[in-house]
Design a protein around this ligand. Sequence first.
Ligand code: FES
Length: 340
Amino acid sequence: MSSYNIALNFEDGVTRFVECKAGEKVLDAAFRARINLPMDCSDGVCGTCKCRAESGRYDLGDDYIEDALSDDEKEHGLVLTCQMVPQSDCVIAVPASSTACKTEQSKFAATVTKVEPHNDAAVVLELEVDSTAPVFLAGQYVNIDVPASGQHRSYSFSSAPGASKISFLIKKIPGGVMSTWLESAKPGHKIELTGPLGSFYLRAVARPLLFLAGGTGLAPFLSMLEVIAQSNSQQSVHLIYGVTRDLDLVQVEAIEAYSARLPNFTFETVVADPASKHLRKGWVTQHMPAESLDDGDVDVYLCGPPPMVDAVRKYLDDNGVKPHSFHYEKFTPNAVPVAA
Ligand code: FES
């Protein structure tokens, strides 16, 4: 391979991808792309360029001093971008805003290829990007400009990075600006998007995964499951998908399809409505078996409305469970997601 794709994830949630040639240092690749990553000496002495590598293989270089990067920091995934030479695609968290690094979000145009209602509860919107397909990390979102409204709404990709078409699972909200536009949206209509954004994305899969989805918060998990399936991972993945009403359960066939492709994938659906005849009722937290938590040896990903996120955090605290990592994204229908 002659180059690698490096995702630079800034602290304001903006992600930019740069191409790093084989043997090239990340700082140099970023400068070629006109992104001014934090730096001072560029010699491995000052530590100003310190970032966190969240996934990928790389050579840290041996031309830096302990004061710039200690062994302990190295153990915890910190890197000096002025020394680091990637040996695979990497994701790097940059402790600075995109504005401070003199870069900005990418804007791209797309054409509607499909508008598919599901149960009068959600709509799958599929788009073909007019230029090159956008690069993003599974789990991230974009801002979609709602045509002729002057407003945008944020949606997570439900398709996987690299697919020829991108898709979104959009909750239907009566009178909502996007829902109203979707009622008349047809293949061929043009739309503009800005992103990718967000720090809620799939990290390197190194231990069992527990995915917790609330309503259309399922979308990023569909993207993540596709990435995991394509990687032939044998790691165990358990998804709990909770909704309010029976009709909110959408895309279940799409989830089921992963049972055939992922040998250690299991999932269950939960409906909160007391009047539901569903097999499992209540909240997601009532269906989190202790074995799913593996005594904390688990990476937990959670995407759902704020009360669900708060309830899961409380559940983990109350039960003394400290997952190896816990990534969440809260969303409300009209707000920009908040990730952690
Ligand atoms: Fe000084 Fe990298 S810029 S250590």
